[in-house]
Design a protein around this ligand. Structure first.
Ligand code: SF4
Length: 226
């Protein structure tokens, strides 16, 4: 088994600097509003939305989710519905067959363990993360997104977070590796996660990052090498 090397003191220091910059600029994006709205959502809605979010935009995910909600007031009923009908309802957000299978499998496992899914919020953090991430179709990244929106202190690493962490020169490798290395050092996990996602969408884009107006310039390896 490959052992992951820990971060150096310099890399850890850079995480602290990054978080300091994030905290001073957190109002650039509507982070507090996103957190308060997400925390009002039902646990089952959070799970279904997270699965629909995989490999798509928030906009398309929201359309697919609203199609499901119009059809099923109680999302538990997805379990009894024919896959072809679910696929039709969520087609807009891509991978309808895969996502239908993932929705059905996840809901089955979760509802068996938690007939009232709101009870998940009372679970010990590590236990819940292990449970969710081991469900086929959820995995560690979606598990940490679900945990974050259920109110746990989690730092999910998606494509935007991973790209910025790499460009800053904090850590490299797969998203899973970055999650394992960086997450333990992040103090305000949900705020940093949401800030980096928004920053990745608006400023540190995959193609043509807008470095000239970026708040991370001083600590960014990518910018300094340019
Ligand atoms: S300076 Fe450029 S590369 Fe570095 S984080 Fe900002 S936008 Fe991304």
């Amino acid at each position: 088994m490959n052992k992951i090397k820990n971060l150096s003191q310099k890399e850890i220091q850079k995480i602290y600097e990054m978080e300091k910059i994030i905290q001073s600029n957190r109002h650039t994006y509507p982070i507090d509003q996103i957190i308060s709205e997400a925390r009002k959502e039902k646990a089952l809605d959070i799970i279904v939305k997270t699965i629909l979010s995989q490999n798509t935009s928030d906009k398309l995910r929201d359309i697919a989710f609203s199609n499901l909600k119009k059809e099923f007031q109680d999302l538990r009923h997805i379990l009894k519905e024919k896959p072809s009908k679910i696929q039709k309802l969520i087609k807009i957000c891509g991978l309808p067959r895969v996502k239908t299978k993932r929705l059905k499998t996840s809901l089955k496992v979760i509802l068996k363990m938690f007939p009232d899914p709101e009870e998940m919020r009372k679970e010990p953090e590590e236990k819940l993360f292990y449970f969710l991430s081991s469900i086929h179709g959820i995995g560690p990244k979606s598990a940490s997104v679900i945990m974050a929106f259920l109110g746990f202190d989690a730092f999910p690493v998606d494509t935007h977070v991973s790209r910025i962490i790499k460009r800053l020169g904090i850590a490299d490798g797969s998203r899973e590796r970055i999650f394992k290395l960086v997450s333990p050092h992040i103090k305000d996990k949900i705020v940093s996660h949401l800030f980096l996602i928004n920053h990745g969408r608006n400023i540190c884009k995959a193609q043509k990052p807008k470095c000239e107006i970026c708040i991370f310039r001083k600590i960014c390896n990518f910018y300094q090498k340019k």
